[in-house]
Ligand binder design. Structure first.
Ligand code: MLT
Length: 258
């Protein structure tokens, strides 16, 4: 079973949000509030995250894409705007490449088209071992250091606590399964030229995990895409600077209507 929020008018354009790792749908609360007057806004928990079931099978980005398509079928959602942050962006990119006619537009935030380097894979394997040995709380402390901009540690304390709760609320097995799925994911850079729908790319200026240079690479490969660098933000641009993020998102959606 999949846990989701579904707000706003049913006949308005639909925007579907996919969260990053290791978070859940509540990371989108500022966007849901800001968009629900003008859009049908749906945010769901990926398998094994938030309140969605995990199941015993191994995770993969392909599995998450299949889950997304089944979820859309179950809710009779056709041609949504798909907005994914980081892991959510990997899922959105793979879904849009595999099912090009299923989406009206893409918003790719703090994500990339590159696969993991061998160094990144090694770090993920270490993280899996550390979660097993020292538990989820320590993993949360270490992760938080990389997720936020330095400024957010003084200005966004509430958001940092929320993110910590999201991480420690995720089962150790789901964390490990997802880390493995992320390490195994294939790059999508060579397929980006096939994307024909409008694309907005956003990235926090201080993003250390998927930095602006990674966003720039996608921007160069996706014809007609827009790139917006979000000031005062690290990897979680939508949480760290929701005012700017929502402004860019709303402007993009309005232009789709014109
Ligand atoms: C995320 O925010 O989803 C993760 O940082 C993605 C990743 O580690 O590649």
């Amino acid at each position: 079973s999949v846990s989701y929020d579904d707000e706003g008018p049913l006949d308005a354009p639909t925007i579907l949000f996919i969260h990053g790792f290791p978070l859940n749908k509540s990371m989108w609360e500022h966007q849901v509030e800001s968009l629900k007057e003008s859009c049908r806004v749906i945010a769901y928990d990926i398998r094994g995250h938030g309140n969605s079931d995990a199941s015993e099978e191994n995770f993969s980005i392909d599995l998450f894409v299949n889950d997304l398509l089944h979820f859309m079928d179950a809710l009779h959602i056709t041609k949504p705007i798909l907005c994914g942050l980081s892991m959510g962006g990997y899922i959105a990119l793979n879904a849009a490449i595999k099912f090009p006619n299923h989406f009206a537009a893409l918003v790719l935030s703090d994500t990339q088209c590159l696969a993991d380097s061998s160094e990144a894979k090694r770090k993920r394997m270490n993280a899996i071992e550390n979660i097993h040995e020292y538990g989820v709380e320590i993993y949360a402390e270490v992760s938080i250091k990389n997720l936020f901009s330095s400024e957010s540690f003084t200005k966004n304390k509430k958001e940092i606590l929320q993110v910590r709760d999201m991480i420690v609320g995720t089962a150790a097995q789901s964390l490990s399964y997802t880390l493995f799925a992320l390490s195994e994911r294939k790059g999508t850079c060579s397929k980006l030229q096939d994307i024909e729908v409008p694309v907005l790319i956003m990235v926090g200026k201080e993003d250390k995990i998927t930095p602006p240079v990674a966003a720039q690479l996608m921007h160069e490969k996706i014809q007609g895409s827009l790139l917006k660098i979000i000031d005062h933000a690290g990897h979680l641009a939508n949480l760290e600077n929701p005012v700017e993020f929502n402004y860019q998102l709303k402007t993009f959606i309005q232009q789709l209507d014109d």
